[in-house]
Design a binder for this molecule. Structure first.
Ligand code: SF4
Ligand code: SF4
Length: 68
């Protein structure tokens, strides 16, 4: 079980974390943008996170912090 924190205002919406989550529980929002105008990444199923940290490692801007 893991827990992630997303600093949405720093997300560029590149989708790398979405592609590399083994549980497929990250998605780019179709409605929510940050102040820079990017569609931000959102967690779709918190209970399924295994804390593998792939998302945090893949993000080029260190937007995601993983706790486990
Ligand atoms: S820690 Fe792993 S399972 Fe959890 S959201 Fe990130 S990539 Fe997905
Ligand atoms: S990898 Fe980082 S910048 Fe790209 S969508 Fe995920 S959180 Fe946002």
């Amino acid at each position: 079980m893991g827990k992630i924190t997303i600093e949405k205002e720093r997300c560029k919406g590149c989708g790398l974390c979405v592609l590399n989550c083994p549980k497929k529980i990250l998605a780019l929002s179709e409605t929510e943008t940050n102040r820079n105008g990017y569609f931000v990444v959102v967690m779709t199923d918190e209970k399924s996170c295994i804390g593998c940290a792939n998302c945090g490692v893949m993000c080029p801007d260190s937007v995601i912090t993983v706790e486990r």
